[in-house]
Design a protein around this ligand. Structure first.
Ligand code: NAP
Length: 290
């Protein structure tokens, strides 16, 4: 009888990563430097309030100070710009993120590009995304970086494997594909990226040794779309009447895959952990005058 897939426990791996960040933050504090993150939170979108609260908690536990700048739904580009520019100059604040989505009418890419690249701990400025594509990454976006970290620490080999990424967003799919193409053990994959215009998605997915689904469509991928023994990473967070579900139909896929991430408790905790890693790294860089 076939055993069910191994669960890739993002919560446990994130705990490990956060403990390492805490040690690094402690070393900075011994030198009189308190690592600090700024979060721009615009509008009242409920999931964003939850994500920001969990980021605040994780920072506090890891010894990273946080300041949240809250703006109402009717805020303007200029108000956000002024705060980001103030934080760009603030030597006591080492990293900042802009919680997405922004209220309607505000161009998020224009806002993101105001962040000084050295403080861009979400890795979403054009400069940092460009460096990643050029093969010289500095800060990598937290969700894709978290997926790689989870695979590596779960001893899933990436090099030489065929990886299919479903989704091509600037936040997840596109940076992930580029990280997977970097040279070295954490990359060197053969990468295929799918999106809503991909023909015969099921067949492409079945070619994957590692299948990453980041489409934002509840249970888009089921067991028939997965090769026996594949590793499946479910990035999706969908609020449905049955509660929170991923982009992967867990039961049918777990019966076929060799390993799978749960939702919740898979990629989500890794995203927060990698934000902490990037923040402490920004503080270390700034402390050493980079
Ligand atoms: P997004 O910006 O909406 O992008 C979705 C991507 O999926 C697009 O490229 C879209 O194709 C593609 N897609 C949609 N329906 C498809 C279909 N039926 N077949 C094939 N491709 C399809 O979403 P995102 O920001 O990347 O987020 C994706 C999911 O991950 C969401 O559920 C989000 O909540 C979740 N998420 C989780 C975390 C975490 O920490 N766990 C972090 C970020 C996001 P087109 O480009 O052609 O439209």
């Amino acid at each position: 009888m076939k055993t069910r897939a191994r669960i890739l426990d993002g919560k446990a791996v994130a705990r490990e990563v956060r403990a390492e960040v805490k040690v690094r933050a402690g070393r900075l504090r011994e030198r009189g430097i308190v690592p600090k993150l700024g979060i721009v939170l615009a509008g009242g979108f409920a999931p964003s309030q939850i994500y920001v609260r969990s980021k605040e908690r994780a920072c506090a536990r890891a010894g990273i100070e946080v300041e949240v700048a809250r703006f109402p739904d009717e805020t303007t580009f200029e108000e956000l710009r002024d705060r980001i520019q103030e934080w760009n100059q603030d030597k006591a604040l080492h990293g900042m993120i802009v919680q997405l989505p922004l209220p309607g009418g505000i161009d998020s890419s224009k806002v993101l590009d105001l962040v000084k690249p050295g403080k861009d701990v979400d890795g979403l400025t054009s400069m940092n995304l460009g460096k990643l594509v050029a093969g010289r990454p500095e800060f990598m976006p937290a969700t894709p970086a978290g997926i790689i970290e989870l695979l590596v620490r779960s001893r899933v080999g990436i090099s030489g494997r065929r990886v299919v990424v479903v989704g091509r967003s600037e936040l997840v799919g596109k940076p992930l594909a580029n990280i997977l193409l970097l040279r070295g053990d954490r990359g060197d994959a053969t990468v295929t990226v799918c999106h809503s215009k991909t023909r015969d998605l099921a067949e492409v997915c079945r070619s994957a040794d590692i299948l990453v689904v980041a489409a934002g469509r509840a249970r888009l991928v089921d067991g028939d779309m997965v090769k026996p023994g594949a590793v499946v990473i479910d990035v999706g967070i969908n609020r449905t009447e049955q509660g929170l579900v991923g982009d992967v139909d867990f039961d049918s896929v777990a019966a076929k895959a060799s390993a799978i991430t749960p939702v919740p408790g898979g990629v989500g905790p890794m995203t927060v952990a990698m934000l902490l890693v990037n923040t402490v790294k920004a503080a270390e860089n700034q402390a050493s005058g980079e």
